[in-house]
Design a protein around this ligand. Sequence first.
Ligand code: PMP
Ligand code: GLN
Length: 435
Amino acid sequence: MSSPVKNAAGVRIPSTYKTPARLTDPDVGKDSIWVEFVGLTNKHKALNLGQGFPNFFPPAHVIDNLTRNGDKYLLNQYTRGPGHPPLVQALKKMYDPLLKREIDAMKEVIVTVGAYGSLYCAIMASVSEGDEVIVVEPFFDCYAPMIKLAGGIPKFIQIKPPTDPSKANTTANWAIDMEELDSMFTSKTKLVIINNPNNPLGKVFTLPELTAVADIIKKHDVMCISDEVYEHLIYPGVEMHRMATIDGMWDRTFTIGSAGKTFSVTGWKLGWCIAPAYLIKNMNYVWQNVVYTSPTPIQDACADSFMIELKKRDAGDKDCYFTALADELLPKRDEMAKLAESIGLKAIIPEGGYFMVADAKDMKVDIPKDFYDDSVPWDHNLARWLIHDKGISTIPNSAFYSPEGQKENNHYLRFCFAKDEATFKKTHEEFEKKF
Ligand code: PMP
Ligand code: GLN
């Protein structure tokens, strides 16, 4: 019998213990970008323009709906597994007009812990060992590890900048090459994942673009996950179109949303998926065994918040949070672009979401040789250096690319502009002082 081996922390690891192979994949068995950059930001008490969360309060009623829930005894107990009944009814009311159909609240909706939970269940419900999944890149970083955990193989199609660099300053000119997308399908392809509006770019796909993607998906007869967590953050001049509303797409599409983004409460970690009953049923076979149900008070507060905002939406009230937040963020987006330009970056104006990507290629900054880590891309080194040397936290955009995609995309930083006035004031001061 072999004896246990002590690790560096003095823990005796049983000799039979082996990290499961699925966790040894280099994309899976590593700290995510959030672990590193949230850690660095806190360690250096840096000005946080990195991880995506609003640092202002949600509407007052959203908080009230949660705090007064303590009075309702049953809200402290489990609720229905695939979604608290008042919340799935509220989601039906919300999405019937948006998805242009009569949604069956009990069969076509599932509520999960965060949009992460819905992404995980949707991927587990559609990917078998060896299946290929086409991911639109840049992509929210958990997609590739989730696909691999399901035994799948991610392949990537880039949203590319225009060939004329002078036109790269708005995401409206960044696009997918549809012929290239079409050529990537094999007999093993089962799923396409698209994020609209895109994190990190903030690109909002036009109807012709989405229709072209949908036509290719239908031609190859595969499934689609449409991650639409930034669905309400749409800036003037563009319109949000939903994959599931395109002819023939409802039957094969998982539409994913998040309370964190909808109500500016990322810490509530509540998400949902709307899809045909056969898909929700399979998602729930995963969900009922990994988590079972989302926290009841959070779901109930979210249901009440939806009902209040839906009343405003249906009355055409311009204070409805679904549109008011984007109105509030628009000047912040433009201010963040000016701030980025003021320190030598080239801003790429987003059409949606609350992130802005900026090209740092020509930024005048020297990263010392003994600080530079060759194992990560240039922008990753830059973002680390900006925290270390200037106390400013951003996210390296290469974190949203595959290793292949990182080769061309290693010189951009992502800024979150869902920040209060004090943060903008501080950003002005710090940028002036330190660059
Ligand atoms: N998808 C995208 C594109 C995101 O940016 C995020 C992060 N908010 C998520 C999914 C996960 O959302 P949640 O916090 O609700 O799990
Ligand atoms: N979605 C957020 C972002 O893109 C944060 C995700 C996370 O912290 N895991 O910044």
